[in-house]
Structures are given as C-alpha cells and as structure tokens.
Design a protein around this ligand. Structure first.
Ligand code: ATP
Ligand code: MG
Length: 874
C-alpha cells in the first residue's frame, strides 16, 4: 500500500464515522505565545478543549504536519540515530469535542488497524493508565481497561505509568489518561524468544508506539490541582510514517516510499551508499529527515534566522550540513538539490512544496553556502586554539566561544580534536552552556496565576471593526509575571473594541474608565487560544463594575493607514514586478510598515518610484473600504482574494477590498484610502535569497519625515551661505575638492622625487654596501614606495628609513636581494632587533620589513645601532 493510500484510507474511515475532514494547520505557529511549532495534531484545536470557542463540528479528523524540535517535545537528538523518530512528521488524528468518548475511540482504532489496514492482531499491544500514588492520587483507567479486555487478550494489555500514559498539554490546561497502541514487527523467531509485551516502551526499534488515544477529562490548574472537565474529549494521534513502515512490511520508517526517493537522491549526489556503514547511514537519515523539516518551514513562511523559530530551523539545517560535511564528504551545498525530489513525493498532498519550490531551494542553498564558510573559518580558529594550547586538553570555555560566536558545532570540535590527539574539556563546555541557558530561561520565564472568573459563560465579542469605544464588563482576569515585562494583569471582557495582535498587525492600546472616573491603561492586546486578552499594569478597583473601554484613536488610525497601505503595496508589487511576488511576511506598526516578498533582484530606483506612485495614485483616488465578513472561503477566492501560505483560514473568511485590491484579512483599515494621506518607501533590501523587504511610512509619519528632511535642507543651505541652489553649491565644492586632492598628490610626488635624489646623494659605501640610515618625513606607504624605487637602482643597498607619525615610531628596512643571499642578511630579523629601541616589534620579508613602536624618541638610537651593524659586517 503506498503512503498516499495509507493517508487517504485513514481520512476516509473517519469521514464515514461522521467526522469533518479538515486540512493541516501550518506547522509554524503564527499567533501563539506558548508554542513555536505545531507538535501534535491537537494544537490547532486547543481553544475547543479550553472552551474558548465552539467547534463547527464535534468530530474532526486530519493529517497534521508536526515538528518536534523544541520545548516539551524535542526529538532532535534521536533523529537519524534511530529509525522511527523524525523532526517533521505527519500525525493522523481523530477528535471528539464533547461527543463520543473512550468506547468509540477504542473500537474504531482497533477496527481501522485490524480490519481496514489488516494489521495482524497478534502483533499489537495496548496500554492503559495504571493510576498514580503521587499528589494527584489518580485511579487506574478501569473504563479503558474493560473496553480493551473485550477486544484483546488480557496479556496484551500493558499497564503504563504516568510518564507514558497520562497526557498533558502543558503545565496548565486539559489533560487525561491515554491508551497507546504498540506494534511488534520483529521476525517470528525473535518473537518466540522474547515476548513483545516486555519490549513495549523500552525504546526497541521494532516494537514501537504507533497510536496514542488521549481521553481528556481533567483540567490542570496553576496551583497543580486537577479538576474534572465539564465536557470530555477525545484526542488521538498516529504517526503516519510509522504506520507506513508497518503496512509496507519494512523495518524502518526510512525504508518506506516516504523516504526512499530522498535517500536514493542523496546516494546519487554524494556517492555514498545507504548500506552497511552505520555512520554514513545515520548521516543519510539525518539529511533525508531534516530537509523535510526545513522545506516545510520555509513553505510556511518561516525562514532560517538568528532568533526564535527561525533560529530553530537554522539549527536543524546546520545539523544536516554538518552530518553531510563530516560523514558524507560534502564540502559544497547539496541539500537544496533534494527539494525537487521532496516536491515529487509530497507535493501532491502538500501543494505549498511545489508552488514554492524555487524559493525553498534558494534559501537552503544560501544557508548551506554561508554555513560551509563558517565551518571553514571555525576549522582555522580551532587550529589556532590547538596551536596555542599548552597541554592536550582544550579548554571548554574556548570551545563554547567557538560554538556560541561562530555556530561551530561542539560534536565537530570534539571529533576534530580527537583526530588530532587532543581532548575536549566537555565539562567546562557544558558549564558555559548551562550558564547561558539559565540566563536566557530566567529572562523568558513567565508565571501565570489561574484565571479569576467573574462572569460565567460570557461569550466574548469583538466589535472593534465598527467602534472604538464600548461599555464592557470584566469576565476574568489573572496576574502574570516575567523578568522581561515585570508584573502585569491580563483582562478578558464580555465584548471589546480592542484589536488583538495578529496577521502582522500590532495590538491596540487605550484605556478603561470606571464609573467614578478612575483610569487603567491598556498597554497591549493579544490573542491567546482564540481569546482576546488585554494587558494592563494594574487591576481596576471595582472589578465587577462596568467600564468604558476606549481605544487610542490616533494609534489605531496610524496602524490602519499602514495596514491599508500594505495591501496597496502588495497589489503594486504584483502589478509592477509580476505575479511571482508573494507576501512572505508583514509587520504593521503604528509608526511604519514592513513587507517581505519573493522577488529575485534588487528593485531599481525607477521600480521603487513606480511602486510609490502606484500606491499614492490609489490614495489620491479616494477608494472606499469594502468588506465582506463571514463569506465562504471559496466565494472569496472566486472574487480574486489570495490566500497566504502558512496561514490558517476557517471555512468562512473576511475579505477587505480597496478598488482592485482584495485580500483575506482580519486587520483594521481606514474607511477611505485618502485617510492615509501619503505613502513613502524608506528602505528596500534583501532578507534572504530571493526575498526582499520594503519598509514604508504613511499618514503623519510622512509629514514628520518631510519636515525633518526640510529642516536638514535648511541647515545645509545655511552652511552654504544661504545659497538658493544647494545642489550646485555642493557639486562646486566636490569639484574643488577633487582639484585640491590632485594638487596635493602632485606636490607629494615632487617632494618624494627631491627626497629620493637627496637620499641617494647621502648613501655611504661601507664594507661594500651602499648604506643609509635616516629619519624622513613620510608615511609608511610613501617610505615603502621610495625604498623600492631607490632599491631598483642598486644591487647592494641597505636602507633603514625611520619616521614619526601621530606620536608613533616606524622603522622600514630595505635590503637588496643579492645582499640577502650573499651576506645572509634578513630585514625581518634586523627590524625585530631595532624595534627594541622604539618599544615595538615587527617583521616582514628578508628584503623588506617594518617595525612599529610607541617610542619615537628611540629613533636616533635605532639609526645608530643600524650603522654599527653595517660597520661590523665582513
Ligand atoms: P515516542 O514515545 O515514540 O517518542 P510519543 O509518546 O512521544 O512517542 P505521542 O506524543 O503520543 O508520541 O504522539 C502520537 C504519535 O505520533 C505516536 O504514537 C507516534 O506514532 C507518533 N510520533 C511521535 N513522535 C514522533 C516522531 N518524533 N517522529 C515520528 N512519529 C512520531
Ligand atoms: Mg516522544
């Protein structure tokens, strides 16, 4: 059965069981402060489990792109070393939100595995939560046990502890016991020798967990206590690649049709075989796995970078490059060449891979190039560390610096040291790493209290598209504290005019006014699990009262102007540069807007001017804001709206239209483009291979911009004696400057000529050597030119020229090549010795060398010493 069929059968099965099939949410999280990447199928449904919103269907099923490389689920170090953990993988899942529970979940899982996929019943084991005698004091999951007992023999039911069989979303929130399904794919003989039951959850590569059925029935509170959830849910997740391994009768995920084409391509490119050498095999698996994680992230709009999610992606890619470099002998970029094959195998299910194929290749190639040169630099640095080391152990702090500043991987450092017979002080390295980690953890740690609920069941409503003020009541609040922000309060209201940060647009600011006139400022607004959370520095006094919530109008207008201008800019770029332009990132602030887009070359001055004019023409055209709220996504697409890669859209969407510009957008906009006043691009540059960034300003920021420029112009005019034509005046000054420079150059040349004949006339013949030691008034380059010029005229010259510049002393020594070889003279050694007199040092070649020092008063002694030296020569 092909992997395509495996996926399709899963979804068909649950469709028949009345599940709504949805598409995968993006793998890179956009507006979730608690998670960087989707790490389980349930992430996109968190808000339903928390009861913040109601799902359209109580039964849902999908295949979700997951990435487990950070935070609570981090499998990165396993990947490649074993054959069944990936960084990026697909999780097949089915969900019940307050609908069916354990009975159906268990029966259907069994039916699908054994009747549809026809997996041999005797190779399956299931696990049940055994209870815990810790603070939670939980009972064994008898319900699940009884259900399983009706299906499988009792000796195939394994009791599992809290670590394996109790699933928690995070430190707080919904959780519950789970039942896992494990499969034993060992040979008959091996099965006869050791029972599969004893290998479950023992990290055996052929006895692995394939499906986890989680029964959400509790809520974990901030103080650690568990309470029963009012509604019970089912959340299941099955590893797609592992399922393919079982159904395709192979012993490793990498031997399935999901990975084989990638592995064959790696073999072709590198000439290494995926066969016997385990080091090579691991490296090939690492590369085959990581290219998927990186390609999918880029397709989701997350480029490698130096911070946050981008940094995680960069590290994954670098891990692959490093394994290639060390074990596959790849010294040139090669991972980008796998993108094509990946598109061929997965592009059908995930069209984003195909459509963004070129961009993904470019970005990966550029990263590879730059990391390979970092590796080279690091190797050189490591070499110098080794050379300067007094013993055979390399200091851990040094290795850490190499790792931290140059991104030079520690395992590579260790490997190279080992090859050269050195050791690494790994403890010192770990210590330095821990200090850094602790520091950044302390900085990002946030502690949250439980919500204090004031109003039950209040559905929250956003009215900020239509009004900027409203009378509101507090539904719940809590205190949160972090090192970065200090102590803050989070407030949730029954309705709100405040826009929460999202879609690239910043959150609204404003204030709350109580009936008695007391004011509390709202400093930011964000969404958490689909709930609009307002941030304030203190809590209103009368929390049960009614407040007037007022959005800062000026800030909202500036932000709205920038958001509308962003749409017009997007339209302008596609119109002027071509439809290959796709939005790759957008930040809408009150002071400026930033727009990243795919395009392969720098924009010319003319293109920039055209883009600006295009947008300004639409501002002058006074285009009205036209919106459709809650229209089916298909209708929006038919109207010409574009969906962005890496965004999550519901079945119904909002479209925003200004003239010919139509976008799917949840942001706030001006009522008419004329409200924007004017649009001005302030910078254009590259962010990555094939991605450009434009920063621009609108509304009163443009006024400020022109005002500042105008003031500067007046200042310049003032400096130019109030000339009416500063451009002409500056051009005049530039011309004058060039002429003066030429004159100086000529004068210096004349001076050097004079000096040259002067010096030649002063040469003295001592012991068959034409010798002169003298202080001159020239800089280092002047001296060098002069010495070589004079040197060209003699074959037995020994010239020592000294100079004093900016309080420093300089000695330059020129010795004819013949003297160097006949008399064994060496200018380098000579300047080193003479350097003592000027308190400095130097070196160079045998025929020309220089020394610098901080003691010009030692020059006469140095000259004297040189004369003595020559006099003593044979
Ligand atoms: P394991 O113990 O094997 O790491 P898990 O307990 O972390 O698995 P869950 O969090 O329950 O797994 O995820 C549900 C399913 O997703 C698992 O049963 C497994 O089939 C699959 N899965 C989990 N992690 C990975 C991974 N890193 N790569 C591929 N599949 C995975
Ligand atoms: Mg795991």
């Amino acid at each position: 059965m092909t992997s395509q069929e495996v996926r399709a059968q899963f979804l068909d099965f649950f469709k028949e069981k009345k599940h709504k099939i949805v598409s995968s949410a993006p793998m890179v999280m956009k507006d979730d402060p608690t998670l960087m990447f989707t790490n389980a199928g349930m992430n996109q449904f968190k808000e339903f489990f928390l009861g913040n919103s109601t799902p359209k269907s109580k039964r849902i099923s999908d295949s979700q792109k997951c990435l487990r490389v950070s935070g609570k689920h981090n499998d990165l170090e396993e990947v490649g070393k074993d054959t069944y953990h990936h960084t990026m993988f697909e999780m097949l899942g089915n969900w019940s939100f307050g609908d069916y529970f354990k009975k159906e979940a268990i029966q259907w899982a069994w039916e699908l595995l054994t009747e549809v996929y026809k997996i041999d019943k005797d190779s399956l084991y299931v696990s049940v939560f055994e209870g815990s005698d810790d603070a939670d004091n939980l009972e064994m999951d008898k319900e699940a046990f009884e259900l399983w007992k009706a299906i499988v023999p009792e000796d195939r039911i394994i009791m599992g502890n809290k670590k394996d069989n109790f699933w928690e979303m995070g430190d707080q929130g919904p959780c519950g016991p789970c039942s896992e399904i494990h499969v034993d794919i060992r040979s008959k003989e091996d099965k006869a020798k050791v029972s599969g039951a004893s290998l479950v959850n023992q990290d055996h590569p052929l006895v692995v967990e394939i499906w986890n059925l989680v029964f959400m029935q509790y809520n974990r509170k901030a103080n650690g206590a568990l309470e029963n959830l009012p509604e019970k849910h089912v959340d299941t997740g099955m590893g797609f690649e592992r399922l393919c391994m079982v159904l395709q009768n192979v012993k490793s995920n990498y031997d399935t049709d999901v990975f084989i084409p990638l592995i064959r391509e790696i073999e072709t490119i590198t000439g290494r075989k995926y066969e016997k050498d385990e080091e090579v095999n691991i490296a090939i698996r690492v590369v085959a796995d990581h290219v998927r994680a990186v390609a999918f992230s880029i397709a989701d709009g997350q480029l490698p970078s130096n911070t946050g999610a981008g940094y995680v992606i960069r590290r994954i890619l670098r891990r692959a490059i490093r394994y290639g470099f060390t074990f596959l002998g790849t010294k040139k970029p090669f991972i980008y060449r796998l993108v094509k094959v990946l598109g061929e195998t997965m592009g059908k299910a995930f069209s984003e891979l195909r459509e963004q194929h070129q961009l993904i290749e470019n970005v990966i190639k550029e990263e590879e190039n730059s990391f390979l040169s970092t590796l080279e630099q690091g190797l050189m640095l490591l070499d110098s560390v080794i050379k300067s080391s007094k013993n055979k152990t390399i200091n851990g702090q040094k290795a850490f610096e190499l790792y931290d500043t140059f991104g030079f991987p520690i395992d590579l450092t260790a490997l190279i040291l080992e090859e050269k017979g050195y050791q690494l002080d790994i403890e010192g390295f770990e210590k330095a790493l821990k200090v850094q980690k602790d520091r950044s953890r302390a900085a990002s740690e946030v502690s949250k209290e439980d919500w204090t609920i004031l109003l039950d069941d209040a559905e929250q409503e956003f009215i900020g598209y239509d009004s900027l003020e409203a009378d509101v009541k507090l539904v719940k609040y809590r205190k949160v504290s972090s090192k970065k922000e200090g102590e803050q309060f989070q407030l949730v209201f029954n309705l709100t005019p405040f826009y929460a940060e999202g879609g690239g647009q910043v959150g609204d600011k404003g204030y709350l006014e109580a009936a008695n006139g007391d004011v509390v400022y709202i400093i930011d607004t964000k969404k958490e699990n689909n709930e609009i959370v307002h941030f304030s520095e203190n809590l209103p006094k009368n929390i049960s009262g009614t407040f007037k919530a007022v959005v800062d109008k000026k800030q909202r207008w500036r932000t709205a102007s920038n958001h509308t201008a962003t749409h017009l800019l997007h339209q302008a770029l596609r119109e002027i540069l071509g439809t290959h332009v796709e939005q790759k990132g957008s930040a809408v602030h009150s002071k400026y807007l930033r727009f990243d887009f795919s395009h392969f070359s720098k924009l010319s001055v003319e293109e920039l001017r055209n883009v600006e004019s295009f947008v300004n023409a639409r501002i002058e055209g006074q285009l009205p804001f036209e919106e459709s709220r809650n229209i089916p996504i298909k209708e929006a697409m038919d109207q010409g709206a574009m969906a962005l890669f890496g965004e999550k859209y519901g079945d119904t969407v909002r479209t925003v239209r200004f003239g010919q510009s139509i976008e799917l957008c949840g942001g706030t906009h001006v009522k008419n483009t004329s409200d924007i006043w004017h649009f001005k691009i302030v910078s254009e540059g590259a962010v990555a291979a094939g991605i450009r960034r434009i920063e621009a300003i609108t509304s009163d920021a443009v006024k400020e911009f022109y005002f500042k420029n105008n003031r500067m112009l007046f200042e310049i005019r003032d400096l130019l004696n109030n000339t009416q034509d500063p451009v002409k005046a500056v051009t005049g000054l530039q011309e004058e400057n060039t002429a003066l420079k030429k004159q100086i150059e000529q004068l210096l040349k004349d001076k050097a000529k004079g000096l040259k004949s002067e010096l030649i006339s002063e040469l003295e013949e001592i012991n068959g050597i034409q010798f002169l030691a003298k202080k001159v008034d020239l800089d280092a380059n002047g001296i060098k030119d002069l010495a070589f010029e004079i040197g060209g005229q003699f074959s037995n010259l020994f010239l020592l020229l000294a100079a004093e510049n900016d309080g420093k002393a300089l000695l330059s020594c020129y010795i004819s090549k013949e003297l160097v070889s006949n008399r064994k003279l060496n200018a380098g050694n000579i300047v080193r010795e003479l350097g003592k007199y000027i308190q400095g040092g130097g070196g160079g070649q045998p025929f020309f060398a220089t020394a610098g020092g901080k003691n010009p008063s030692g020059i006469p002694d140095a000259l004297k010493k040189a004369t003595e030296m020559v006099n003593q020569m044979e």
